[in-house]
Design a protein around this ligand. Sequence first.
Ligand SMILES: Nc1ncnc2c1ncn2[C@@H]1O[C@H](COP(=O)(O)OP(=O)(O)O)[C@@H](O)[C@H]1O
Ligand SMILES: [Mg+2]
Length: 249
Amino acid sequence: MIISFINQKGGTGKSTSAIHLVYWLKERGSVLLIDADAQNSSSIWAETLQIPFEVISDPEDLFDNLPNLANQYDFIVVDGPGGISEVSKSILSRSNIALVPCQPSGLDIRSSNKTLRFIRQAQELRQGLPKAFLYLNRATKGTILLRESQQVLAELDIPTLSSVIYQRQCLADAPGQNITAFQMSGAMADSSADEFDSLFREVFSDAGIEIKPSTQETKSSKPTKSRTQPKSKSRSKSSKSRTSKSKAS
Ligand SMILES: Nc1ncnc2c1ncn2[C@@H]1O[C@H](COP(=O)(O)OP(=O)(O)O)[C@@H](O)[C@H]1O
Ligand SMILES: [Mg+2]
């Protein structure tokens, strides 16, 4: 399965989200990150995290190689580039799921229009694929801007996920430290980790894809010392409620 992060606009959180998704998925199956951005920011990050990755930023190579790679791994996560249309089109022509992070401002949402158009074109050609979802990243709780952005997104014909990733210093620091919020300690990092967990569960649930529980959910052992006991409890609780929601729908 190929899941891509797409937005022609730079700085919306594609690389940050892609790395968090790869880290989240590696407990649930085999996963490969494709860094399709010539800036290579996510591949440097993946290397430190010992996550398998390939850098493929040529549109023809992406088109030709993605299906083969998808046969070798349970999940392929593609970190899309800003700006380069041909690369985005190739990625969309091969993805099962496309995720579009948007920053909560009218200007940013409008500048995602070209990306949404590419998605609609791909869906027209591929009988509705990729399944696509927008979500807000770098939001500030309780602001008018957040509320207004949610209203603007709700009017678009690509669905918006209800999970929101908030602006947090730990996420701004994460690429420099080459770690994810899942590994960081502290209340802020725990909140960001929970938001990503909730976002990813919502994606798979809304896409109608059942996902294996993570090894942390099946075993009591945890991969890092930084996760605290109350955190792990709240996460499995949210997993239960979301699983039942997905079964009901
Ligand atoms: N929720 C967030 N809170 C704080 N900083 C963020 C958040 N999401 C992304 N960033 C920061 O914003 C910048 C752009 O994010 P990045 O993931 O590189 O975007 P893109 O890949 O779309 O260009 C990076 O410096 C990143 O650390
Ligand atoms: Mg990037």
